[in-house]
Write a protein that binds this ligand. Structure first.
Ligand code: FES
Length: 135
């Protein structure tokens, strides 16, 4: 199996609900997943995958960017519409282009600045036994 370093996987939670209202059908997460898949259709660099939960439930809708050897991101507070999907695909394309996947705050779409829940280093950064702090 070959690993593509120029492609980012965009994980979109399909089970997110917004607020305490009676469960909508389809769920907000499922709507965001469908819109995101539509927005990324035909892209060689972005693969959209639905996932049952990203543990960002209190900040729905949630989605994550991941790629081998790169920084990973978890975002929340995304609207389940075409605008939220477009922001995710824009960020995923930037993530795919960057060798280490860093997405500086100023270069992320507005909603993905305030809505960032986590930024995780790639595992290979943790292999240095002497390194006590990762910049
Ligand atoms: S249900 Fe969407 S993050 Fe948990």
């Amino acid at each position: 199996m070959s690993v593509r370093l120029d492609r980012t996987t965009l994980l979109v939670c399909t089970r997110c609900r917004i607020g305490d209202a009676a469960p909508e059908k389809p769920r907000a997460g499922a709507r965001l997943f469908a819109e995101t898949a539509r927005a990324a259709a035909g892209s060689e660099r972005v693969r959209v995958v639905g996932i049952a939960c990203l543990s960002g439930c209190k900040r729905a809708c949630a989605a994550a960017l991941m790629a081998p050897g790169k920084v990973g991101y978890l975002f929340g507070d995304l609207p389940p519409d075409a605008d939220g999907a477009a922001d995710l695909v824009t960020a995923a394309l930037a993530h795919a282009r960057r060798p280490e996947g860093f997405l500086p705050r100023a270069e992320r779409p507005e909603r993905l600045r305030a809505g960032i829940l986590a930024r995780l280093p790639p595992p290979h950064w943790l292999e240095d036994e002497q390194q006590a702090v990762i910049a």
